[in-house]
Design a protein around this ligand. Structure first.
Ligand SMILES: CC(C)(COP(=O)(O)OP(=O)(O)OC[C@H]1O[C@@H](n2cnc3c(N)ncnc32)[C@H](O)[C@@H]1OP(=O)(O)O)[C@@H](O)C(=O)NCCC(=O)NCCS
Length: 199
């Protein structure tokens, strides 16, 4: 399959991408017009968001392989024109059983909505979808980590019914497509939601 990768560095928005947004920013977005589906191989370049997440190319490829093995769910949300405007990934089973144990506890990560589309209910809509899907798969608990300085996301998660259950050092690293290793040090809260009695 021919894959067309985005630019390797973040770009300022082009006229084309601005035009894509103007079509909808004038109107109230209708959540029902958005499509939530799992990532396909052809979506991998789109996950880089015009270069913003170029640095995670290898990680996206690994996650895609883990998706094919049934270990992760990679949800994306697309605008009517097909542009990927948000995503939420789910680890069903992990070595850290407190996060995801493959039976009743799953871990949500890489939850993000493109900035031009934020604050219109899209993130909440996607999270509701993810939780409903996990409930149908027999999961009872959803866990996630949120950086301690990400107060907006923390507020959103609390509003969605998540509670802080602990603290994590948030130390990890990744290798960008140039082979440079980046070390992340992002202390985080661990949050938990009990899906029973909700929805
Ligand atoms: C966190 C994130 C995914 C939320 O996505 P979103 O689409 O903006 O989420 P929502 O629109 O559902 O909710 C955001 C706020 O907008 C409000 N909102 C929802 N619909 C709205 C509407 N139609 N008009 C105005 N405000 C609205 C919500 O009440 C919410 O307010 P709150 O923060 O006080 O709870 C997004 O901000 C993001 O990608 N941030 C950067 C990445 C990130 O931090 N991810 C989380 C990592 S743990």
């Amino acid at each position: 399959m021919q894959i067309s990768w985005p630019q390797r560095r973040p770009l300022t928005p082009t006229l084309k991408t601005k035009m894509n947004h103007i079509d909808f920013s004038e109107d109230r977005i209708r959540l029902a017009d958005l499509t939530i589906r799992q990532v396909t191989k052809a979506d991998l370049p789109g996950l880089e968001w015009e270069g913003e997440y170029w640095k995670f190319r290898a990680m996206f490829a690994d996650l895609y392989r883990s998706n094919l093995l049934g270990r992760t769910l990679l949800w994306v949300i697309a605008a009517p024109g097909g542009e990927l405007i948000g995503q939420a990934f789910v680890m069903l089973k992990s070595g850290e059983r407190d996060a995801a144990n493959g039976k009743d506890r799953a871990y949500v990560f890489a939850f993000r909505v493109k900035s031009a589309w934020q604050n219109r209910g899209i993130g909440s809509y996607l999270m509701q979808f993810v939780e409903d899907d996990l409930r149908q798969r027999g999961f009872r608990y959803v866990t996630l980590n949120v950086a301690k300085d990400n107060l907006a996301a923390l507020r959103l998660y609390k509003r969605l019914g998540y509670q802080v259950t602990g603290s994590r050092p948030g130390i990890w690293s990744y290798r960008d497509p140039d082979g440079v290793v980046h070390h992340v040090n992002e202390p985080a809260w661990r949050m938990l939601k009990n899906l029973e009695g909700d929805g």
